[in-house]
Design a protein. Structure first.
Length: 581
């Protein structure tokens, strides 16, 4: 690839400028024959100076350079630097105007100057009239077009047309959200739906483009689910180039809509929230606190951004973050499990009615929650299976079939409810709001394991007991669903061991010696809310495990003396590892 140095590039541009000057001599002389005739031999040098000054002003295309040179034919070379042309100097030095717009406004102001001078001129004078100026400009454009057809200039593309005034005067925006918005509110121990008045941003009118990117948060509904938000747009044009401007374009996930010209004066745009994704039949609906991300839409209002005087408006771009205003509610009730004994009786007692319930609704309409309800219905059976596992493991350490277990184990007894969805915050923005009310006894535990231990004919009656109750009552009002992960607690209930010797006729007696705390065993657990593996909200969890339980057996034999033996009574076990939602 050929790379030019800065000096080489400057030489190429200088060569191109001289080539353009040679080609434009005839075009400019046809447009301004009197000037070319007056300058005669100095005419080529005059054009060279005009084109060089045009490049210094930032003009890049051959057509714009020729148009600037045409103004120099009217006012003189580098006229914007001369006295009595302060208006031209101000335009040339304005940093807010691009070079092509400076040229347009210099041309427009030049004609206004000619009109003003013509009004004061003596009738019959030789001063150039506005009509003569228009004729010269038309001749210049015709000459540029002919040069393009002859490929004397513009080898790659035709000359750009002379710009016409086309700009926006004002853009007005007003957001109207659905009037039937409701949220869940806790009153007298019940969740009721109450009206929440819409509070969108106040209507705005823009006479100049905003200095920073603008975003607008919107609460709405998905297509076909009820009234949606609408954005009222009014566009006033300062000048129009034709039928294409002003142009308004609304882009969303469903496509792009566009309006042009007079159709943009008054518009009412429907802003649809994203549709809810299909529900996974295995996982059920999205987890607690999950809100779907907004549909990021865009509104664009455009024009050529060309004014005869002053800084142009140009256009306006607005980002629209359209949120689904659906509010969800879940209510859970879970009952206690009865006390159970092992070995189990041949005829199990009749099952008591299970009070477990899981109700889910959205905007007052019940939603399928079979997967969640099934998970809550499975918590007590999982606890019973864990106790069965505990009994079987402990029975292997007991003498014969002496093991017995009486246990009351009830996890998450009580009720809980939560509501969540996108809502307006105190600052007028839109944020997810989650309200959680928990009234659970996280754990009711009374575990009593009994049996006998044998060592060389010596026996002792063993009793292991773990008891505890953990209450979990909390209320949260969050504007960040991630804070739900803080709703959790944990516990540890140590196992208390008792050993009583049994008279068997053997002279040696069994007793229990001291053990380090980490060998005595305990029931440890935790519960709460945690993020779902798929990242869609939070789920309930409950975990209960047994730390290994040991006993230090001491056998006091009158003949052999004292002997010690450490035994593992219960290995490490996970009794419950459960989640729902």
């Amino acid at each position: 690839m050929l790379t030019l140095t800065a000096d080489q590039l400057a030489q190429v541009q200088d060569l191109q400028l001289r080539r353009d000057a040679q080609s434009l001599l005839a075009v400019l002389s046809d447009a301004w024959p009197a000037v070319a005739q007056q300058l005669q031999a100095r005419w080529p040098a005059f054009v060279d100076v005009a084109l060089a000054r045009g490049r210094a002003l930032g003009l890049a295309t051959v057509a714009d350079l020729a148009r600037y040179a045409s103004l120099c034919c009217l006012w003189g070379a580098s006229f914007e630097t001369r006295p009595r042309f302060e208006w031209a100097a101000a335009l040339a030095a304005d940093p807010g105007l691009p070079p092509s717009l400076k040229l347009h406004q210099l041309t427009h102001r030049s004609r206004e100057e000619l009109v003003r001078r013509a009004a004061k001129a003596v009738p019959g004078g030789e001063a150039l009239t506005p009509a003569g100026f228009d004729q010269a400009l038309a001749a210049l454009e015709a000459g540029l077009a002919q040069a393009a057809r002859g490929r004397a200039l513009f080898l790659d593309q035709p000359p750009p047309p002379r710009p016409r005034a086309c700009d926006l005067a004002q853009v007005s925006l007003a957001l109207a959200e659905p009037a039937d918005m409701q949220v869940y509110q806790r009153q007298d121990g019940r969740w009721l739906r109450v009206a929440r008045p819409a509070a969108p941003a106040a209507p705005e009118s823009f006479n100049t483009p905003p200095t920073e990117p603008r975003e607008l948060a919107v609460l709405s509904r998905a297509t076909g689910t009820g009234a949606t938000a609408r954005l009222q747009v009014a566009v006033a044009a300062q000048a129009r180039c034709g039928g294409d401007h002003p142009a308004v374009q609304h882009t969303s996930r469903i496509g792009r809509l566009a309006w042009r010209g007079a159709d943009t004066a008054r518009l009412s745009l429907a802003l649809h929230a994203p549709p809810a994704p299909p529900v996974d039949p295995k996982l059920g609906p999205a987890g607690l606190g999950h809100v779907e991300p907004p549909d990021v839409q865009a509104l664009g209002v455009a024009s050529c951004g060309v004014r005869d005087a002053g800084a142009p408006f140009g256009g306006l771009t607005l980002a629209l973050h359209v949120h689904d205003l659906t509010q969800r509610l879940v209510e859970i009730r879970h009952g206690a499990a009865p006390t159970r004994d092992w070995p189990a009786a041949d005829a199990p007692p009749p099952a008591a009615p299970n009070p477990t319930a899981c109700h889910l609704e959205a905007d007052g309409q019940a939603q399928p929650a079979d997967a969640w309800r099934a998970a809550w219905l499975g918590l007590q059976p999982q606890a019973q299976a864990g106790l069965e596992q505990l009994f079987n493991a402990a029975g292997r350490a007991m003498a014969g079939t002496s093991a017995q277990l009486t246990a009351e184990l009830s996890p998450l007894v009580g009720q809980a409810s939560a509501t969540w969805g996108w809502q307006r915050d105190a600052h007028g923005g839109v944020a997810p709001r989650v309200q959680l009310d928990i009234d659970f006894t996280a754990l009711v535990l009374d575990l009593h394991l009994r049996g006998e231990l044998d060592w060389a004919g010596s026996r002792a009656r063993l009793s292991l007991r773990a008891q505890g109750r953990v209450d979990w009552r909390t209320a949260l009002d969050l504007h960040d669903p991630a804070g739900l992960a803080d709703a959790k607690l944990s516990w540890r209930h140590p196992v208390v061991l008792r050993l009583d010797a049994i008279a068997t006729g053997e002279p040696a007696l069994l007793s229990a010696g001291p053990l380090a705390e980490d060998l005595r065993g305990a029931l440890v657990g935790s519960c709460g809310l945690r993020p779902r593996p798929d990242g869609r909200g939070h789920q309930w969890f409950f975990r209960l495990a047994v730390e290994p339980v040991h006993v230090l057996l001491l056998r006091l034999d009158p003949l052999a003396g004292e002997q010690a033996q450490r035994r593992e009574l219960i290995p490490a076990l996970t009794l419950i590892d459960w989640s729902a939602g």
